[in-house]
Design a protein around this ligand. Structure first.
Ligand SMILES: Cc1ncc(C[n+]2csc(CCOP(=O)(O)OP(=O)(O)O)c2C)c(N)n1
Ligand SMILES: [Mg+2]
Length: 559
């Protein structure tokens, strides 16, 4: 690309700078606002995934960031392209995932006239991102891209939006590439580790809670060794189940929506909580009821990579500004002395009992049994993706995640995430089995990206739990306004035929016993596949039915 005299177009400089920063994949929907960048992709070795909607593209890039810890990258056009991308940006924010979104912009000499599709991206994305900016001077592209990557990936990771005026992209300048960004690990100091050793020494009922980003398989393994030494129960927060091996003898379960009551009790009665990496937001904290705010009732250690998170909600007895990876490395380095002092064994057997067998459910297909089959039949390197809906409760409860990165799902509870995330995972890791579990409502929020899977020949499997309702909302509706059903019934397409119409494989399953054969066929067909499950809407959670919720609510309201 580079001509004599080191002169390149701004778009070429930008694409070169992505490559310098280790980017291999970009996800995009094209737009005339950044044609010059598209042209620079043409001669590069970047793998470009063209998507059907910017929400899908941004979620794919976010999923890539979440899975690799390196910023995912997407390109979208101005105005409607940018606003369509906002769900992915919001997920990156809430989930602390590194993401850099490049957005087309009108030419510099037209700005402020509300030109065609013009938006002020600093204003629109200012409160949702870690940084939103616009590049006016092509000579500053290496500097600004370098800052965008550092900002997205370091501290508490998150989204960055960079707007690119159309006329700027075609200017020619001579400028050197900036070096690649550095992932900066923040380590705890010796004084903090000494204090931790003291707190552990004094504890009678300690527990570890894992969450957030900036983890690795090595960190998870090292933490398992540490937990074993002290017999510490370890639980994971909402949609962070992949941070710890579910079959490790210290694993105590998932602290998400509707956790094992025994786990909730264990946390409430703990005298030392060590929260590593997470924010302990609304969902894992059970609507901020588990711990007193600002000062938790038990001794509370909070390890977080973002300094601004420490003391924001919880005023910890020991705040530790560190990435989970560096903190866990320090646990090994300081080799804290001590004897077992937790009740990991009891906690793990409570977990096993809670997740062992599917619960009884009305209807032909038992989603719990499907999850148990998947956990027993998928290899350890399989990746599960999902969005939001009650169907996910069966994943959280019954699928036992064994490895880091095995679960890619939004802690932000965004519907429509599973299909794009699965597309991204299969693009990044073509050799690994990728399964998306979706609800019927959830699937159709970004089901169009099934076309992207077909276009790139990605043999992923989408399992749709089709109960004909926006089940989560129906559940809340029956609890709060029993019998008054509004806007929660769905008339669905034939999902198996949908898959076939797109050029994939589709099958519908009416009975649990037929699932294994259907799933195996879907996996073996070599095409993107949809396995649609006929789920009884009554089976609203693993523990109860819609009728029971309605009856209970009516009784409470005295009707
Ligand atoms: C983007 C987005 N829109 C709306 C919601 C609110 N919401 C949460 S769950 C849900 C229904 C999910 O329905 P479905 O995917 O069919 O799963 P089910 O609950 O029926 O298992 C809705 C509308 C949301 N979380 N995200
Ligand atoms: Mg549904």
């Amino acid at each position: 690309m580079r001509g004599k005299d080191n002169i390149r177009t701004a778009a070429e400089i930008l694409v070169d700078q992505l490559r310098v920063n280790g980017v291999r994949h970009v996800f995009c929907v094209p737009g005339e606002s950044y044609l010059a960048v598209l042209d620079a992709f043409h001669g590069s070795d970047l793998a470009v995934t063209v998507c059907r909607q910017e929400g899908g593209a941004a979620m794919m890039a976010e999923a890539a960031g979440k899975a690799t810890g390196r910023p995912g990258v997407c390109f979208v056009t101005r105005g409607p392209g940018a606003t369509n991308a906002s769900p992915g940006i919001h997920i990156a924010r809430q989930d602390s995932s590194p993401l850099v979104v490049f957005v087309g912009q009108v030419a510099r000499d037209m700005r402020e006239r509300e030109a065609f599709q013009e938006l002020d991206y600093r204003a629109v994305f200012g409160s949702m991102t870690k940084w939103a900016t616009e590049i006016d001077d092509p000579a500053r592209i290496p500097e600004i891209v370098s800052r965008a990557f550092h900002t997205a990936a370091n501290g508490r990771p998150g989204p960055v939006v960079v707007s690119l005026p159309e006329d700027m992209l075609t200017e020619h300048v001579a400028v050197d590439d900036a070096p690649p960004y550095t992932a900066i690990d923040t380590s705890p100091g010796a004084a903090e580790m000494a204090k931790l050793a003291q707190l552990l020494g004094a504890a009678r009922a300690p527990i570890l809670i894992l969450g957030g980003s900036r983890w690795s398989q090595e960190a998870s393994d090292a933490l398992a060794r540490f937990a074993e030494k002290f017999a510490l129960p370890v639980c994971t927060t909402f949609r962070r189940l992949h941070l710890f091996d579910a079959l490790h003898p210290c694993y105590a379960g998932d602290l998400g929506i509707g956790p094992n009551p025994k786990l909730a009790e264990r946390i409430k009665t703990a005298d030392l909580v060590v929260l590593i990496g997470g924010r302990m937001g609304e969902l894992p904290s059970q609507s901020y009821t588990l711990f007193n705010i600002p000062r938790p009732q038990m001794t509370f250690v909070h390890v977080h990579p973002g300094a601004e998170e420490l003391g924001r909600v919880y005023n910890a007895h020991l705040p530790v500004h560190a990435t989970p990876t560096a903190f866990i490395a320090a646990l090994e380095r300081f080799d804290i002395p001590g004897a077992p002092r937790g009740d990991a064994k009891a906690a793990h057997s409570d977990y096993l009992a809670w997740t062992e067998k599917p619960t009884e459910q009305p209807g032909g297909v038992n989603l719990g049994a499907v999850m148990v089959w998947l956990r027993e039949n998928l290899p350890a390197d399989a990746i599960l993706c999902n969005g939001a809906g009650n169907y996910a409760a069966w994943i959280h409860r019954f699928f036992r995640f064994r490895r880091f990165g095995q679960h890619v799902a939004p802690t932000s509870g965004s519907m429509g995430y599973g299909v794009p995330a699965a597309v991204a995972m299969k693009r990044l890791y073509p050799e690994r089995p990728v399964v998306c579990i979706a609800g019927d409502g959830d699937f159709l929020m970004n089901g169009q990206e099934f076309a992207t899977a077909v276009q790139y020949g990605l043999s992923l499997v989408v399992v749709i739990a089709d109960n004909g309702i926006y089940g989560t909302i129906r559940m809340h509706q029956e609890r709060e306004y029993p019998g008054r059903i509004v806007a929660t019934d769905l008339r669905n397409p034939d999902f198996a035929a949908y898959a076939r119409a797109f050029g994939g494989f589709g099958v519908s399953v009416e009975r649990t016993a037929d699932f294994p054969a259907a799933f195996k066929e879907a996996q073996a067909c070599g095409k993107p596949a949809i396995v649609r499950l006929a789920i009884d809407p009554e089976a609203i959670t693993p523990a109860t039915t819609l009728t029971k919720i309605r009856a209970k609510s009516l009784a409470e309201k005295g009707k």
